[in-house]
Design a protein around this ligand. Structure first.
Ligand code: UTP
Ligand code: MN
Length: 526
């Protein structure tokens, strides 16, 4: 109910609404409004006049001070819709929505009669199955998705189907499952009944079927059969090799290669990346911890400091979103002075190599030039920064000295900067014969690291693009294209209507350009 004090003030201001009122107001706490809809103007005028003559306050114009809305032949839904169009705040939720019967009875009684159920407009029986419980915007970049996921069983299942679709190069289906999983990740509670999903976006028939199966039977037959299918298992094992994509894996499967043993025996030619991937298979398929990412950050910082002191490194990818583990570590490197970053990557890589930190590296050259390339192509998620795909040789925790254990004796097979005496410049990769094939006893492990060099003018875009999650990025680009007629890439934002690039010095500015509320990295875990 509107507080009495406020109501009084308002009603004295709008006293003219009771115009034509001869009798004094008898019931100051009751302010009536008669809805003209379906009642008709003349009947309304007549009934209003009747009320005023009996000492009721009947307002001509609706205002927030109204306490009782009287209507005839309207449903509660209809009146609510009308009410919502009148006042925007929730302050009207306490207004009585009454049938004309209450009014006529009150006229007869000469005072407001008690409100009985039969006077109230029948709110439509809200069927549990029809209630919309959560309102979730449809683009993942409009939502805040933290790492707290109440629906891991469901999202794991949908993610597995997404992965299977992606491995089969059915990207459309893959994205559909990813979007469905992302919606469930954004829910504040665990879903236990299909009715809770009413009104949620991005849940297609297929995803709903899978969810229903799990809610009713604890597992989805489709997910289980996919998980255990020979094809899926082979695709997973083979694409688990760094440098092997779905297409190569598919070809190998057709040639009868389903596992690493068969691959090694087959004599197929592997490129340099795949050779390194196969050699370090176990390490690279073991999650990287945050502590390991931090240790690598220290090394990369050292490398950058040695070759260009004021260059800056930023940890991007999943770790920037607050994840405690990841499949790799992603770094952005830039320099506050535009142009100084040119030629930086080869120097950083040489330094790392000279210190024995790299087991594998491949640098791809930046070819992004606005003038030549035009607006960033939203469909291409491969960007064109100077980039280094690498495999780091990282000393194990005890060797790094973060926590000294009994296992700290530095031997010939220590790693990187730790292992070299001032005179010994040979890379460690040449001196680990002893431990090469026994990863558990080794004092180092292989870790996938991506280094990306960005000019400062593109840094905000690079940071936004490399922080992920992948679905969040995809949704940002879809939002930009479909809702804003803009093209977003990890280099730039182009406004197709204005035919110009929109500059940004921070991620916040990019969200503003896109007309989106700023979502911090920890809430981009879609
Ligand atoms: P990742 O594949 O490393 O994902 O890409 P992640 O979120 O860090 O996951 P984990 O923890 O390693 O498993 C990081 C971000 O970099 C972008 C991706 O879109 C993602 O947002 N990226 C990756 C590119 O823009 N281009 C690429 O070629 C690769
Ligand atoms: Mn990553």
């Amino acid at each position: 109910m509107v507080p009495l004090k406020r109501r009084k003030v308002i009603s004295s201001n709008t006293g003219k609404d009771c115009g034509g009122d001869k009798a004094p107001t008898k019931f100051p706490q009751v302010i009536l409004f008669l809805l003209e809809r379906k009642m008709g103007a003349s009947r309304r005028a007549f009934l209003s006049q009747l009320g005023r003559s009996k000492g009721f306050q009947v307002q001509e114009v609706f205002s927030k001070s109204v306490t009782h809305v009287i209507s005839e032949n309207n449903s509660a839904d209809e009146v609510r819709t009308w009410l919502n169009s009148q006042v925007r705040s929730e302050s009207h939720t306490a207004v009585h929505l009454l049938d004309i019967s209450w009014y006529t009875e009150s006229m007869r009684a000469g005072s407001p009669v008690e409100i009985l159920d039969r006077h109230k407009l029948q709110e439509q029986q809200i069927n549990e199955a029809e209630a919309v419980l959560f309102s979730v915007p449809s683009y993942a970049c409009q939502r805040r998705t933290t790492l707290d996921n109440c629906n891991t069983t469901l999202t794991d299942a949908l993610s597995l189907l997404a992965e299977n679709a992606e491995l089969s190069e059915e990207d459309g289906r893959g994205v559909a499952f990813r979007r469905a999983a992302a919606v469930l990740k954004a829910l504040p509670v665990r879903v236990t009944a299909m009715s809770q999903l009413k009104g949620l976006p991005c849940l297609g028939d297929h995803s709903l079927r899978v969810i229903k199966d799990i809610l009713e039977n604890e597992a989805s037959s489709e997910v289980e059969s996919t998980k255990h299918s020979e094809r899926f298992k082979a695709l997973k094992v083979l694409t688990g090799i760094f440098g092997v994509g779905p297409r190569t894996a598919e070809r190998w499967i057709r040639e009868g290669i389903h596992n690493l043993h068969q691959l090694r025996e087959s004599g197929v030619t592997l490129n340099r990346a795949q050779q390194a991937g196969l050699e370090h298979y176990d390490d690279l398929n073991q999650q990287v911890t945050k502590a390991e990412a931090d240790a690598i950050a220290e090394i990369v910082q050292k490398a950058v400091d040695s070759v260009l002191p004021s260059a800056q490194i930023t940890l991007a990818g999943g770790f920037r979103r607050g994840k405690q583990t990841g499949h790799d570590v992603d770094f952005l490197i830039t320099h506050p002075e535009e142009g100084r970053e040119v030629g930086l990557m080869p120097k950083v890589v040489s330094w790392l190599e000279s210190q024995g930190f790299l087991l594998y590296q491949k640098v791809t050259r930046n070819s992004y030039l606005e003038v030549n390339d035009g607006p960033g192509r939203p469909s291409s998620n491969m960007d064109r920064f100077e980039r280094c795909f690498s495999i780091f040789k990282l000393a194990k925790r005890e060797e790094r000295g973060t926590k000294v254990t009994e296992n700290t004796v530095k031997t010939k097979d220590s790693v990187g900067a730790h292992m070299h005496s001032e005179t010994d410049q040979s890379p460690p990769s040449h001196s680990h014969e002893l431990d090469q094939h026994d990863s558990t006893n080794r004092r180092w492990r292989a870790v996938r690291v991506d280094l990306v060099v960005s000019p400062i003018s593109q840094f905000a875009f690079a940071l936004l693009g490399w922080t992920g999650s992948k679905l969040f990025e995809r949704e940002l680009r879809r939002w930009a294209g479909h809702e804003k007629a803009m093209s977003l890439s990890s280099h730039a934002l182009y406004d197709n209507k204005q035919s110009r690039y929109l500059r940004a010095a921070s991620e916040e500015e990019i969200f503003t350009h896109l007309g989106l509320e700023y979502i911090p990295p920890s809430e981009r875990n879609a």
